[in-house]
Design a protein. Structure first.
Length: 128
């Protein structure tokens, strides 16, 4: 018996939640009460893959937002460790290295993002 679109959307939503919240396809299938082959069949479906990708992106963005909210406190703590003469030198060097690496990666990502945006604008102009 074939599911209607609403039932299928609900099943896909539950499956996506299970896939994102369990460490394996087997555990996701078990939590849903379906076979692994059913989950793999869903994973082969382009629409399901697109929904899963969107859900993963939302989860990642939520986690990133939480990380960003604490970033200034972490940065302050790293700076405090790096400049505290009572902290072991190896620990201070490690804090400095992490601090510098994070700053360089941030700069590189910002630069790359700006370049990609420029390329996308250029390509969009060519398509018109």
């Amino acid at each position: 018996m074939k599911q209607d679109a609403t039932e299928q959307d609900a099943a896909h939503g539950e499956a996506i939640a299970a896939i994102l919240s369990t460490p394996s396809i087997t555990e996701a299938a078990d939590s849903l009460g379906v076979s692994r082959s059913t989950v793999y069949r869903w994973l082969d479906d382009d629409d399901f893959q697109a929904e899963l990708k969107q859900a993963r992106t939302r989860v990642f963005e939520a986690a990133l937002s939480r990380m960003q909210s604490g970033l200034s406190r972490v940065t302050d703590e790293l700076f405090r460790i790096a400049t505290n003469k009572q902290v072991k030198p190896a620990t201070r060097v490690s804090a400095c290295r992490w601090y510098i690496d994070a700053a360089l990666r941030s700069h590189e990502l910002l630069n790359l993002s700006e370049r990609v945006d420029a390329i996308e604008r250029l390509l969009a102009g060519e398509e018109e």
